[in-house]
Design a protein around this ligand. Structure first.
Ligand code: 13P
Length: 249
């Protein structure tokens, strides 16, 4: 179901006490919204985050999961382990996982399928690097990332997919894609899905933008017709900023 979503990816930030403090502050400052609001704290703090948000509408999601059921995968976390603590949405394919942990389209396809097999919701991230954009190859790269990891799914599986377009050159750099660049790419993504499946599938999927979204630029980016929300990094670590971004949607 296509819905408005604002999600905070905390990455490897905030210890236990800081996690509790930020969630307490965020809960108090959460604006009235019909959008879905999500936060993805570090794994070791997920249980505490769930407890802190017990009576809140804010959803706790995970930053990653492994594709295997269980076994000898040191340092990894399975879908069942997430479900066991009440987490049923997971980010897969973040560019930092691709760049620093060798996650290929093939691995990501396996992860997506493993999560969907558990009836989990997947927030699938992708986006081009600066060299791709400079060489005018960004549509090819993004189209390829989507097709390679997701186009073996049945049409029905797409109801559990949220897409997050995060151009690598805009992540943590302070340089945002313009609202026009975001809209242009999001429209391309929707067309790619229409061509691979049909318009109903494409029009039902939420496509979030991520990359230096701040209170100052959120409203303009969110005003674009194919932008259904944002995946927020740095600004999600500051309650006032995240609240302002939620208000902007
Ligand atoms: P920034 O908002 O810090 O650029 O990070 C975006 C991001 O990577 C969210 O997943």
């Amino acid at each position: 179901m296509r819905s408005k979503i604002v999600a905070g990816n905390w990455k490897m930030n905030k210890n236990l006490a800081e996690t509790e403090a930020l969630l307490t502050e965020l809960s108090a400052k959460l604006p009235d919204t019909t959008a879905e609001v999500m936060v993805a704290p570090n794994f070791v703090n997920l249980v505490t985050a769930k407890q802190s948000l017990e009576s809140s509408t804010i959803e706790v999601i995970a930053q990653n999961m492994h594709f295997a059921e269980s076994g000898a995968y040191t340092g990894e976390t399975s879908g069942d382990m997430l479900l066991d603590i009440g987490i049923d949405t997971v980010i897969i394919g973040h560019s930092e996982r691709r760049a620093y942990f060798g996650e290929t389209d093939e691995i990501l396809e396996k992860k997506v399928k493993a999560a969907l097999a558990k009836n989990m919701r997947v927030m699938f991230c992708f986006g081009e690097e600066l060299t791709d954009r400079k060489s005018d190859n960004h549509f090819n790269v993004v189209g390829g990332q989507i097709k390679n990891a997701l186009f073996s799914l049945d049409a029905s599986a797409w109801s559990k997919i949220v897409l997050a377009y995060e151009p690598v050159w805009a992540i943590g750099t302070g340089e945002t894609a313009s609202a026009e660049q975001a809209q242009e790419m999001h429209a391309f993504i929707r067309k790619t899905i229409t061509d691979g499946y049909d318009a109903a599938v494409a029009n039902n999927v939420s496509i979030l933008y991520g990359g230096s979204v701040k209170p100052a630029n959120a409203a303009e980016i969110f005003s674009k017709p194919d932008v259904d929300g944002g995946l927020i990094g740095g600004a999600a670590l500051v309650a006032d900023d995240f609240a302002a971004i939620i208000k902007a949607i």
